[in-house]
Design a protein around this ligand. Structure first.
Ligand code: C2E
Ligand code: MG
Ligand code: MG
Ligand code: MG
Length: 286
C-alpha cells in the first residue's frame, strides 16, 4: 500500500523537507542578527509553594520576538543556537537580563528578599571556562545576592562531563547560588550522582505529573523521589501542573513546590508584576 503511494508521497514531502531545511538556515541567519538587535525577551513563570499558594520565585524562559514571524518559543531556536555556538552569547544575555529584572522587582518592592529567580543553563554554558567569571560579574552589576539565584541544568549536562561538572557545581554552591536539576527523571535518572554533588532542588519532569492521576506507577515514582529528596535535603518542584487533581495528589505526596498552567503560564514582566500584586492582594483579602 505504501509503495503504491510512494511516488505521490515523495512529491508531497520533498517540498516540505526542502522548506524545513530552508527555514532552519533562515533561523540561523536571523539568530545572528537577533542577538545584535536584541530581539529576545524573557517571560517568567511563577513557582508556587503548594500548601500556601505563595509565589516563592519565577523561572525565566526565553522567547524570540521575531520581526516577521512573531513570538518564537525556545524549542525552535535553542537547539540551533547550541549547534552554532550562539548559545553562549544568548545565555550570557539571559542570565544578565533575568538578574536585572529581579533587581528591578526588589527595588520597586514588588517581591520580598526571599523571592528567587531561576535561569536555565545550556550544557554548553555549563562547560564554558569563564561561566563563573560571568556569573560573578552579573551578580555585581545587578546587585542581587547569590542566594536569590537558582541555576537549572539537566542531568545530561552533568553526566556529559562528570569531572568538570563536579568542579563547576562546587564553585556555584560555594557562592551560595542554588542549583536545580531540570526535567528530573528524563535523563540518566540515576540518583547515585547526587551523592557526588549535592544539589538544592529537583524539578520533576512534566511527563510524570501529566499522568499522576491515572497511572499509579507515576504516583509511586513521584512519592519515591520526594522521599529521597527529603533525606538528602533537597527541595522538590513539580513541573507542568495543569489540573486541580494533580495539585491535590502532589500535596498528598508532600511535594512542596510546583509550577504549571494551573497557576500561570510564563508571563512578560508587566503581566508577571500584575500577577504578583493581584495574588498578594487576594491573600490579604481572604
Ligand atoms: P524547561 O526549563 O523545563 O521549562 C519548562 C517548560 O514547560 C517551558 O516551556 C514552560 O512554558 C512549559 N510549561 C510550564 N508549565 C506548563 C504546563 O503546565 N503545561 C505545559 N504543557 N507546559 C508547561 P518553554 O518556555 O517553551 O521552554 C522549553 C525549554 O526551553 C525549557 O524547558 C528549557 O529547557 C529551554 N529554555 C527556555 N529558556 C531557556 C534559556 O533562557 N536558556 C536555555 N539554555 N534554555 C532555555
Ligand atoms: Mg527549566
Ligand atoms: Mg523542565
Ligand atoms: Mg526542558
Amino acid at each position: 500500500k505504501a509503495k503504491s503511494l510512494g511516488k505521490d508521497q515523495y512529491q508531497i514531502f520533498a517540498p516540505a523537507m526542502h522548506q524545513d531545511a530552508y527555514q532552519r538556515l533562515q533561523i540561523e541567519t536571523d539568530l545572528r542578527k537577533a542577538i545584535i538587535q536584541q530581539e529576545f525577551v524573557l517571560y517568567y513563570q511563577p513557582i508556587i509553594e503548594l500548601i500556601t499558594g505563595k509565589i516563592i520565585g519565577v523561572e525565566a524562559l526565553i522567547r524570540w520576538q521575531h520581526p516577521t514571524h512573531g513570538l518564537i518559543n525556545p524549542g525552535k531556536f535553542i537547539p540551533i543556537a547550541e549547534e552554532t555556538g550562539l548559545i553562549l552569547k544568548l545565555g550570557y544575555w539571559t542570565l544578565k537580563q533575568a538578574c536585572y529584572q529581579l533587581h528591578l522587582w526588589q527595588k520597586n518592592n514588588i517581591v520580598d528578599p526571599s523571592f528567587s529567580i531561576s535561569v536555565n543553563l545550556s550544557a554548553y554554558q555549563f562547560a564554558q571556562s569563564n561561566l563563573l567569571e560571568q556569573i560573578d560579574e552579573i551578580l555585581t552589576a545587578t546587585q542581587i545576592t547569590p542566594e536569590s539565584l537558582k541555576l537549572e541544568i539537566t542531568e545530561t549536562a552533568i553526566m556529559e562531563n562528570f569531572a568538570a561538572a563536579a568542579q563547576v557545581i562546587e564553585n556555584i554552591r560555594q557562592r551560595g547560588i542554588q542549583l536545580s536539576i531540570d526535567d528530573f527523571g528524563t535523563g540518566y535518572s540515576s540518583l547515585s550522582y547526587l551523592h557526588s554533588f549535592p544539589v538544592d532542588n529537583l524539578k520533576i519532569d512534566r511527563s510524570f505529573i501529566q499522568h499522576l492521576h491515572e497511572k499509579s506507577d507515576n504516583l509511586g515514582l513521584v512519592n519515591a523521589i520526594v522521599q529521597i529528596a527529603k533525606t538528602m535535603n533537597m527541595h522538590i518542584i513539580a513541573e507542568g501542573i495543569e489540573t486541580n487533581n494533580q495539585l491535590e495528589q502532589l500535596k498528598l505526596l508532600n511535594c512542596q513546590f510546583g509550577q504549571g498552567y494551573l497557576f500561570s503560564e510564563p508571563l512578560n514582566p508587566e503581566k508577571l508584576t500584575k500577577f504578583i500584586l493581584d495574588i498578594s492582594e487576594f491573600q490579604l483579602n481572604s
